[in-house]
Design a protein around this ligand. Structure first.
Ligand SMILES: CSCCC(=O)C(=O)COP(=O)(O)O
Ligand SMILES: [Zn+2]
Length: 204
């Protein structure tokens, strides 16, 4: 297999995520596309802030299995769903920040609607603070296959863009490459912090 040119950028992104405190206690998982039928994804249970290239496993998109026999992320199905359904997806980042965990519980509806923030333009295709950015929130589940089916059903009428939240769990976001996925993660985390602070202040 030839070297995946995005792996170095993904490793750097994982270390940055760890420094930000967005992947505490082995939380989170990260991947890059490897051709049409595979991705490279983090091995389950690793500290995502101190990964090396050996901690990424080749996984088949169709089966979700690693030919090596090692155990890929417990949430591999969410990554393979994104690569399979959205061929332009090149990298996926799943994180467990405090803000995404809390906000996804405070917001009890099925979506977080962000409006009025200049930083919405950190998301590809967004050109004005006047538009609404809708981030779907799915109820968390330990049954990843069932969760994937629910997300697919929802995406039939509202195609996924940028990212989604799992309630009380965290954020999954993606991009055409690691740089775009990382920009989406940083932009969304900034927006989550603003939204949480706005709600706190306006509740007083
Ligand atoms: C304490 S982390 C709980 C599992 C999880 O949500 C996660 O993101 C990490 O799971 P993985 O199997 O990818 O290490
Ligand atoms: Zn998780």
């Amino acid at each position: 297999m030839t070297e995946n040119l995005q792996l170095g950028a993904l490793l750097a992104a994982c270390h940055w995520i760890g420094q930000k405190g967005w992947s505490p206690a082995t939380g989170g998982n990260m991947s890059v596309r490897e051709g049409d039928a595979h991705c490279l994804i983090t091995e389950s249970g690793k500290d995502k802030g101190s990964l090396t290239a050996e901690d990424f496993l080749l996984v088949e998109l169709e089966s979700g299995l690693a030919p090596s026999g090692r155990r890929p992320s417990a949430e591999t199905g969410l990554h393979t769903m994104l690569y399979s359904r959205y061929p332009e997806t090149g990298a996926v980042l799943h994180t467990h920040s405090v803000n995404s965990t809390v906000l996804s519980r405070v917001e009890r509806s099925g979506a977080l609607v962000l409006e009025g923030y200049e930083m919405q333009k950190s998301l590809s295709g967004q050109t004005t603070h006047l538009d609404q950015v809708v981030i779907p929130i799915f109820d968390n589940s330990q049954d990843i296959s069932a969760l994937v089916q629910k997300i697919i059903a929802s995406s039939e009428h509202a195609p996924l863009q940028y990212g989604f939240l799992l309630r009380g769990h965290g954020l999954t976001c993606w991009g055409r490459d690691v740089a775009e996925a990382r920009r989406h993660l940083e932009g969304l985390e900034f927006l989550f912090q603003c939204e949480l602070q706005r709600r706190l202040l306006e509740a007083k």
